[in-house]
Design a protein around this ligand. Structure first.
Ligand code: HEM
Ligand code: HEM
Length: 191
């Protein structure tokens, strides 16, 4: 297992970022959908506080992941993949990265514009307000944006996961295998 990615495999750090973010997003999305449907009583505040800290953690992971990607290489697509599919996959990945930033940023903007109480990351680090105080117009915009951006992320990620499964079960190439934890690709085994 190597930290850096190669021509035909993803490195362990890229895999760690990918699967940790998938897991955190599953918890975060489920929690978000549950908490907004609970009766607005004081006992739901800790859930919102947890959601905000976890959301900021996902944003931090997105930043670290892109920073690492700037130093790392990315494996080549299989030679059998048509150009149109390569371009489609690249556009999909760019969209996923954009949404990974846009979803938590819109949540942060909503929190700032609501100006209910100071925002803390895991009760320790105080996070600055993006609006400098209450702003009802931004609040309404950000609340809508947060929900729609989340559903966009959900749809693009579902399409992305389906594409990975098509690679594995129909094209029978290494695209999924080389992203799975601890696995080596057939190219690595030969090499
Ligand atoms: C990738 C990270 C995030 C995901 C996937 C996510 C997901 C969600 C979802 C699915 C909802 C329910 C939307 C609805 O049905 O109305 C929600 C609501 C909410 N989120 Fe996030 N969220 C993230 C990050 C954040 C961050 C960083 C903050 C604040 C710092 C935040 C603050 C909120 C708040 C305050 C609500 C309640 C909105 C309302 O009352 O209508 N979220 N989030
Ligand atoms: C919320 C869910 C997900 C997000 C946000 C996400 C995001 C991404 C991104 C941004 C990349 C591009 C990596 C890069 O070029 O730097 C990627 C690659 C990849 N993802 Fe996901 N992913 C998600 C879920 C999944 C799932 C469920 C699967 C498997 C079923 C999967 C399989 C893959 C594979 C195989 C690659 C490598 C593609 C290649 O080698 O060209 N992803 N993912």
């Amino acid at each position: 297992m190597t930290l850096k990615s190669g021509v035909a495999h993803w490195g362990s750090l890229a895999k760690f970022f990918h699967w940790t973010v998938v897991l955190l997003l599953l918890v975060q999305g489920t929690l978000g959908l549950i908490m907004v449907n609970l009766p607005k009583k004081p006992n739901v505040i800790p859930l919102f506080t947890f959601h905000k800290s976890l959301g900021l953690t996902i944003l931090l992971f997105a930043i670290l992941r892109l920073l690492w990607r700037a130093f790392d290489r990315r494996p080549q697509e299989p030679a059998s993949m048509p150009r149109s599919q390569v371009v489609g996959a690249r556009i999909g990945h760019a969209l996923l990265y954009t949404l990974l930033f846009a979803v938590p940023l819109s949540g942060w903007l909503f929190d700032s514009a609501s100006s209910l109480r100071p925002l803390f990351w895991w009760n320790v680090v105080q996070i600055p307000s993006l609006t400098g105080g209450k702003d009802d117009a931004i609040k309404a915009f950000a609340e809508n944006a947060h929900e729609w951006l989340f559903w966009s992320l959900f749809l693009v990620a579902a399409g992305h996961a389906a594409a990975a499964l098509v690679h594995h079960f129909f094209n029978r190439d290494d695209v999924l295998r080389r992203m799975l934890p601890g696995r080596r690709t057939s190219v690595d085994r030969i090499g």
